[in-house]
Design a protein around this ligand. Structure first.
Ligand SMILES: [Mg+2]
Length: 209
């Protein structure tokens, strides 16, 4: 039976568990309409994973970030219950949830939307970290380090599963392993040792298959 060195697995949400692209595209259209912006969705989407305010700064919209975020969140929340999980992901998460491996979520989605998504899954997460004032967002390592501290887990026994460069960088800066999913929204990273092409591979990574 395969064994794993990991006691804790932390997941990004969008592009890893949840296929939320169409939800975000709809929300960005509402932003374009209400704020009379021409910034294309693709420019926003290329940066997702970072804190919303950071993305706005990168798009030259820092001075309107709070108002834009209010519109975006409202529109996204309206259809968040219709977003789909990636095929096979719910089953895999359920398996992990029933194992001795601890599991958590580290996402840039706000708490309300993250909870609306996660309550549709039949699994227990030991920790769910959404943006908060006392922790820097990805690509800073703060939330990953905080999760490990709260769950009494060493970096060498922890892996973060993500889909964007900001996920990879956060894992590196936290000193933990990184697994990159091929089904997400980012480009492949150069030096990922764990590259996942289907959710089932998570079970292999954790020695649960
Ligand atoms: Mg993501």
């Amino acid at each position: 039976m395969p064994t794993s060195r990991f006691d804790l697995i932390l997941f990004d949400l969008d592009g890893v568990i949840l296929d939320s692209r169409s939800n975000m595209e709809r929300a960005w259209r509402a932003v374009q309409n209400e704020h009379e912006l021409t910034t294309p969705f693709e420019a926003y989407f290329a940066e997702i994973g970072r804190p919303f305010a950071d993305i706005m700064a990168r798009l030259g919209l820092a001075d309107r970030a709070a108002a834009i975020e209010t519109t975006f969140r409202r529109s996204s929340t309206e259809t968040i219950s219709q977003t789909e999980f990636y095929d096979g992901m719910a089953d895999v998460l359920s398996r992990i949830s029933g194992s001795s491996v601890k599991a958590g979520i580290v996402t840039s989605k706000d708490e309300i939307r993250a909870r609306l998504v996660l309550e549709r899954l039949d699994c227990h997460f030991d920790i769910v970290l959404t943006p908060r004032a006392d922790l820097r967002g990805k690509p800073a390592p703060d939330a990953l380090l905080y999760a490990m501290a709260l769950l009494h887990t060493d970096p060498v026994h922890t892996v973060f599963v993500g889909d964007m460069k900001s996920d990879h960088e956060a894992a590196k800066r936290a000193g933990i392993a990184y697994a990159h999913v091929d089904w997400g929204y980012g480009d492949p990273v150069d030096d990922d040792r764990h590259r996942l092409s289907e959710p089932q591979m998570l079970l292999t990574l954790l020695g649960l298959d």
